[in-house]
Design a protein around this ligand. Structure first.
Ligand code: ATP
Ligand code: MG
Length: 374
């Protein structure tokens, strides 16, 4: 799989861009603040229908403009797909083959993983970051996962509304009302949980031992209902029981305190929490190890590796880890990198296709070369 063409229009500090991307390693270099991360962010947008830097899509529209567009051509074997994102004010339109597409159908067309500063939140941030990390990786593997997440979110909001309305003074007669929402939650929640438990089990078996340092990484999916086994029937029972046990507390607080929306993925290095006790280097190595296992699972399930983005390569990784990881990627998949130091990645003998980014314009380096943006 690869993204073969990227077109941007009024995206952040980029006026217009139309570039062809090769199947190997591509490097965007340039000084700070020139637009390198913006380019990666736009590619990520095509994969997930959202940015990794902001939850306010409007931020991505070039200052002073009312609309921006991202267009990409994605190739898988001989199959070509055109993906598009249009942001107009607060409105976001995703499109597939030029036709508006719901998020569930849009996501999963460009299989992609990204290592950026924001993604270190997987290790350093809270449980929500880690849940999102798992769910993103599952999008292209388990069809229906995105839909289940959306339906679960809707059921959760409804249930919380009912909890808040009933409050602590709920009468036994109200129990029936709540139970119908419990069932909606259980139905979707079981799918999400089963997927996550299966996926984490796979991830554990694919973790590279000592590839990015000698530290041994361990992981554990911490379920708020005590789920360990991905068997759906057993999960349904556990979830119902969990909701029953938490009901009084939930009525008091007006929120649902158990379920996959409250779970966490615990990460340990040498037996200690990676986020709390790991060094910066161990945290980056840990995240790389997680990505490594995700890449291998993806390749085994789908027969190809996802596209990989690395932002600010030399800032996020030391020379040795960068070398190991980029060589691993370069042999397997399209890799798109940014770096503020244009000597570093070339020194790794990866022979990247290079673009220079300057003030939102992109050009191929070398004397007399023509800019590829306007
Ligand atoms: N909506 C927007 N409209 C216009 N310019 C924007 C917008 N959002 C961000 N920018 C500009 O984009 C530039 C930052 O781009 P980006 O983060 O891609 O830089 P970078 O090349 O990755 O830099 P660094 O090496 O520091 O990471 C900044 O100058 C910022 O002001
Ligand atoms: Mg940057």
């Amino acid at each position: 799989m690869r993204i073969s063409r990227l077109r941007l229009f009024h995206y952040r500090n980029i006026g217009e861009l139309d570039i062809t991307l090769g199947p190997g390693v591509t490097l965007f270099s340039g000084r700070n603040g020139q637009g390198k991360t913006n380019i990666l962010e736009s590619i990520y947008f095509l994969a997930y229908g959202r940015s990794f830097r902001t939850s306010t899509p409007k931020d991505c529209i070039r200052h002073g403009e009312t609309e921006c567009r991202i267009e990409g051509v994605v190739e898988r074997g001989r199959l070509e797909r055109t993906l598009g994102v249009t942001l107009r004010g607060a409105e976001k339109t995703l499109s597939l083959y030029g036709k508006p597409s719901p998020l569930e159908d849009f996501v999963g067309n460009l299989h992609l993983l990204a290592f950026t500063h924001a993604h270190l939140g997987v290790v350093r941030g809270g449980p929500a970051d880690r849940r999102a990390f798992l769910d993103r990786a599952m999008v292209s593997l388990y069809p229906g996962h995105v839909r289940a997440l959306a339906s679960y979110g809707r059921a959760l909001r409804q249930r919380n509304r009912v909890l808040a309305e009933l409050g602590a003074g709920a009468r036994p007669a109200d129990a029936g009302l709540l139970e119908s929402w419990d069932e909606a939650l259980v139905g979707e929640g079981v799918r999400i949980l089963a997927n996550r438990l299966r996926y984490v089990r796979r991830m554990k078996s694919e973790l590279p031992e000592g590839l990015f340092g000698s530290e041994s990484l361990r992981m554990h999916y911490l379920s708020t209902i005590g789920a360990e086994d991905p068997d759906p029937a057993a999960l349904g029972d556990l979830f119902r029981k969990g909701l029953g046990r938490a009901r009084e507390r939930d009525l008091r607080t007006g929120t649902t305190s158990v379920g996959p929306h409250r779970d966490d993925l615990k990460l340990y290095v040498n037996g200690k929490s990676l986020g709390e006790f790991g060094s910066a280097g161990q945290q980056r190595s840990g995240l790389l190890a997680l990505y490594f296992s995700q890449m291998e699972i993806h390749a085994k399930e789908q027969g190809f590796y996802p596209v990989f983005l690395v932002d600010d390569a030399e800032a996020e990784l030391d020379q040795e880890r960068l070398h190991t990881f980029l060589h691993y990627l370069a042999r397997r998949t399209q890799t798109i990198l940014t770096s503020a130091k244009d000597f570093l990645v070339p020194s790794l003998e990866l022979d990247p296709v290079r673009f220079e980014v300057l003030g939102g314009r992109v050009r191929t380096p070398g004397p007399g070369s023509a800019p590829v943006t306007r």
